[in-house]
Design a protein around this ligand. Structure first.
Ligand SMILES: NC(=O)c1ccc[n+]([C@@H]2O[C@H](COP(=O)([O-])OP(=O)(O)OC[C@H]3O[C@@H](n4cnc5c(N)ncnc54)[C@H](OP(=O)(O)O)[C@@H]3O)[C@@H](O)[C@H]2O)c1
Length: 192
């Protein structure tokens, strides 16, 4: 099993195309109700995949109603309950899958006062939970983790236009702390 950390653009152009070009198996998309996951599920269904989407409440029509309107959803989409904060919660969802796109993550606005605690804990422990479930799955070939540009773009050298941002150029933790940047929380200097 191989895994990557990628940004939105890489997810679209690289891992997605690679996964889609292989035989059409069953794939799991975590956080199915979310923005990125919903677009990914649309593409996967269009390509003929059987998709297992995880959400915290499959019965919440307000959150998942749009997914059931996607072409192919009635035939090849299954929504199952899983929570990032519960160990083993993703076991069933990934068990029969060849691929997993882990996208679920708490995404908070800057108005949330406990942004750091509410974001980092579930994001880190949730990713570990999903990976532990993946490790138990006998058919799994590939895991794609969705990261954020905040993981790589907060650097002293950011102004250099030729700088490539990837897993060799992680954001500077001291600079993030200085600028009060927390992944998924929009800092003032970006929203201004
Ligand atoms: N949007 C972008 O343009 C963009 C770009 C680059 C990277 N990203 C990254 O991609 C990820 C998803 O972003 P998004 O914009 O799609 O966010 P989003 O629309 O808020 O979707 C996140 C999903 O995660 C699920 N989730 C939250 N807490 C959970 C928990 N405790 N257990 C299980 N599921 C939980 C939620 O599903 P339920 O509430 O239904 O359970 C929600 O639908 C984030 O890490 C973000 O930083 C996003």
């Amino acid at each position: 099993m191989r895994s990557w950390i990628c940004n939105k653009s890489q997810l679209h152009h690289f891992q997605f195309e690679t996964m889609v070009s292989s035989a059409k198996g069953k794939v799991c998309v975590t956080g199915a109700s979310g923005f990125l996951a919903s677009w990914l599920i649309k593409r996967l269904l269009e390509c003929g995949y059987h998709v297992i989407g995880t959400v915290r409440d499959p019965g919440n029509r307000k959150k998942v109603g749009h997914l059931w309107k996607l072409p192919g959803a009635n035939e090849r989409l299954q929504l199952v309950r899983a929570d990032l904060l519960e160990e083993g919660s993703f076991d069933d969802a990934v068990m029969a899958c060849e691929g997993v796109f882990h996208i679920a993550s708490p995404v908070l606005g800057k108005s949330d006062s406990n942004c750091k605690e509410a974001t980092l804990g579930p994001a880190i422990n949730g990713t570990l939970n999903v990976l532990r479930s993946c490790k138990k799955s006998p058919f799994l070939k590939r895991v794609v983790l969705t990261s954020s540009s905040s993981a790589v773009r907060i650097r002293d050298e950011t102004q250099q236009p030729e700088l490539l941002w990837d897993e060799t150029t992680w954001s500077s933790v001291p600079l993030c702390e200085k600028l009060q940047v927390i992944q998924n929380c929009t800092p003032d200097y970006i929203s201004a």
